[in-house]
Design a protein around this ligand. Structure first.
Ligand code: AHG
Ligand code: MN
Ligand code: MN
Length: 336
């Protein structure tokens, strides 16, 4: 065996489960389930341009097969895989109005975890062959084991997450995740169907030159956000910065973590609290960001300290390289 052989995700999960605060192999099994579902979804996403599966959910294609939107497909795959493992007592998903309770009639079940997912993030990019992702967030339940999961189990602040991660279905497919002990990235070798540790200990550069925001909404932003964007565009020192916006949170975040940058989805006079969902978009990304030496805020507050009030709650989201988010904070504070 060559000495520079990369560790597989499977090996990494086993070797690192001891360092996890609750030690038992349950969380490892859970990450394994996500790995499996990610591979299946990856396979489907990759042939999206080839096979006629991009139609509206419920439509029938020319072969008489049921067409499924990829976000519906991804939702089903993740739910199926997570339900089979007898570890998860409840799942909340962007694609489901309310949470799903698992094994709620079995008083003997020992399932301790709840999972919140955005099964396909950036799904409008599918039609144009641009990177999409999956985002997941994992908590220990707060209600007693053996009872049905309740809303309380899902409405925990992000600082209670035990693990979070994302899959990016990009030029290569990667899983990036944290269990509260740094962030590691694994790249799929599609020929073997194996994820290898390609990006150990990922961290945001302290600062960067990229700002990512939907500037089409500019006129609706607050004065603080507008002024920060102008600051990014000004010629001074290492500025002007460069603007990059894919429109898939996962992909924009992933690029900024590697190159250094700031992502913004502010509140605005038209979108209210912005667009991104606290529980399965902002919280998992904020946990990863903080574990990678970055910052994630919703305005004045740290994202991870927000007490959620509803499953599909939206919050403003600013996240990225430490110095850049701190600079933005100065602008936001000027007008409060
Ligand atoms: P989803 O596809 O899960 O609905 O998420 C799309 C989100 C996020 O990925 C992206 O950053 C944002 O929407 C883009 O929104 P705008 O098109 O309003 O910029
Ligand atoms: Mn999304
Ligand atoms: Mn989605």
């Amino acid at each position: 065996m060559s000495t520079n052989r990369k560790q597989t995700l499977g090996e990494f999960i086993i070797e690192n489960q001891k360092s996890f605060q609750y030690s038992s192999g349950e969380l490892s099994k859970l990450i394994n389930a996500i790995r499996l579902a990610a591979k299946v979804v990856n396979h489907e996403v990759n042939k999206a341009g080839l096979v006629d599966i991009i139609g509206t959910a419920g439509e029938t294609n020319i072969q008489g097969e049921n067409q499924q939107k990829l976000d519906v497909f991804a939702n089903e795959k993740f739910i199926q895989t997570l339900t089979n493992r007898e570890i998860v007592c409840g799942i909340a998903s962007e694609e489901e109005d309310s949470f799903i309770s698992i094994n709620s009639n079995d008083e003997n079940h020992q399932n301790k975890y709840v999972v919140l997912i955005d099964p396909l993030d950036g799904s409008s990019n599918i039609d144009v062959n641009v990177s999409v992702g999956t985002i997941f967030s994992i908590y220990r339940r707060v209600t007693p084991v053996g009872t049905p999961a309740t809303l309380e189990d899902f409405l925990q602040p992000g600082n209670q997450q035990v693990a979070a991660g994302y899959v990016v279905y990009g030029t290569s497919t990667m899983i990036v995740y944290t269990t509260g002990d740094g962030v590691n990235g694994f790249t799929l070798n599609p020929a073997l169907g194996t994820f290898y540790l390609s990006h150990p200990n990922m961290t945001f550069p302290e600062t960067g030159k990229i700002y990512s925001v939907n500037e089409g909404n500019y006129i609706h932003f607050s004065k603080g956000v507008k002024d920060y964007i102008k600051y990014c565009q000004m010629e001074e020192g290492d500025r002007p910065y460069t603007s990059r916006y894919i429109g898939s949170l996962v992909s924009d975040f992933h690029r900024n973590m590697i190159k250094g940058g700031i992502y913004m989805y502010p509140k605005s006079s038209v979108t209210g609290n912005g667009k991104l969902r606290l529980l399965y978009e902002c919280n998992p990304m904020a946990f990863i960001a903080e574990q990678a030496n970055g910052i994630a805020i919703g305005g004045k507050t740290r994202i991870l300290d927000i007490q959620p009030t509803e499953l599909h709650q939206r919050v403003p989201f600013f996240c990225g390289s430490r110095k850049m988010v701190e600079k933005l904070q100065e602008f936001l504070e000027k007008y409060h």
